[in-house]
Design a protein around this ligand. Structure first.
Ligand code: 1CP
Length: 347
């Protein structure tokens, strides 16, 4: 297998220019994505059409030459594959028929998950053939906690009260839900590796609502089990975790889950993370996605500062959260120029 720059930090290397990719590097800020998106009747249908997902994944690679491509899909294909009703409403986001009780949990069926998600595996296999040799391919899934958030709440943009009340108040039911998710995710992620994914990322976008106890029981422990079970089958695949919004608890997450990399949001200072977390865990992040909207000197300075802060430590340059739809595409190109250009300059 050719050496891909993206993978180097996972063997302890610290290249002068860190590898780079951006969360949501495919998507609505690109004209060519919006044109492609119009050809599918709805977003889930788009996600299950390999001709479209392969093309959407490749678009930002052609434009910018990121060091890694991320599978174009969504974390909510798992609840869909389990039999929950999932739809994406234009301008609203995802809407699910919420799972509220044991009867709802019992109707979820893990048996058909891999068959349902066959188009995802086809996408990965085709991508590995079509991507440039130097570009790594990232597969992903949502964590059990974050998937349970959408499954119980029925949507994003809420405070997670229903989810937490189920976790605290009906722990046996909640465990049944989390076990179904955990088992499905292990099978799904292992199959992604077999189909061509070289790195995996687990998105825990809603870890920030958990207190210390919930964080330990429903984020750290399940993530540690998922990582161990994947490594039993695929010992060498690097796994990146993203406990978004978890503040100082990210140190615990990094050290106790067995992950190989951790994505850091913009609220966690990299200078702190560098001290708190050993170099055996690659750090990834954490440019504010709003700086990518405004651009200019402030953005350039932040890019240089991040690069300097992480010099000599295994690191992958990324954002603190996904690219926003109003981002001017030229600002993305500018970040890569500043990052890959000669060092120095004012900030
Ligand atoms: O019509 C459209 O274009 C819909 C917009 C969109 C896109 C482009 C959605 C709906 N999902 C995606 C793709 C997607 N989602 C990718 C692949 C693209 C890439 O990264 O280049 C990935 C990795 C995701 C992951 C995802 N989906 C997360 C985790 C990361 C994060 O943002 O925190 C989450 C929480 C989702 C749910 C979701 N899907 C879509 C939206 C708008 C949301 C968020 C809803 C909310 O809670 O507000």
């Amino acid at each position: 297998m050719p050496v891909r720059a993206f993978l180097e930090p996972f063997s302890g290397k610290t290249p002068a220019t860190p590898p780079v990719w951006f969360m949501r590097q495919a998507g609505r800020y690109l004209d060519e994505y919006r044109a492609l998106r119009k050809t599918a009747p709805n977003f889930l249908n788009f996600c299950y059409t390999p001709d479209l997902t392969v093309e959407a994944t490749l678009q930002p690679i052609r434009r910018y030459g990121f060091d890694a491509a991320i599978l174009f899909s969504d974390i909510l294909v798992i609840p869909d594959a389990l039999g929950q009703n999932v739809r994406f409403e234009e301008g609203v986001g995802p809407l699910l028929d919420p799972v509220t009780d044991r009867a709802g949990i019992d109707t979820l069926t893990p048996d058909g998950v891999l068959d349902h998600l066959a188009p995802v595996f086809e996408t990965l296999t085709r991508l590995r053939r079509e991507l440039p040799d130097e570009t790594a391919l990232i597969g992903f899934a949502g964590s059990p906690w974050t998937l349970a958030f959408y499954m119980v709440e029925g949507r994003g943009g809420v405070d997670g009260g229903k989810l937490k009340r189920m976790a605290y108040g009906a722990p046996d039911d909640f465990r049944a839900l989390m076990t179904k998710l955990e088992d499905s995710l292990v099978a799904y992620l292992c199959r992604q590796v077999e189909a061509g994914a070289e790195v995996l990322q687990l998105f825990d976008s809603w870890s920030g609502i958990a207190d210390e106890t919930l964080f330990e029981r429903w984020i750290v422990e399940p993530t540690a089990r998922i990582v161990a079970r994947i490594k039993d089958v695929h010992p060498d695949v690097p796994i990146i975790g993203f406990p978004r919004g978890a503040g100082v608890m990210v140190a615990d997450y990094a050290m106790r889950t067995g992950i190989n990399g951790m994505s850091v949001d913009s609220q966690v200072p990299l200078s702190w993370a560098r001290k708190a977390i050993g170099p055996e865990v690659v750090l990834q992040g954490n440019l504010d996605n709003q700086l990518l909207v405004t651009g200019g000197d402030e953005m350039d300075a932040a890019v240089r500062r991040i690069k300097r802060t992480m010099t000599g430590r295994p690191f992958i340059f990324n954002l603190g959260h996904g690219i926003l739809p109003m981002t001017p595409p030229e600002n993305v190109a500018r970040v890569l120029d500043v990052l890959r250009g000669p060092d120095g300059g004012e900030d």
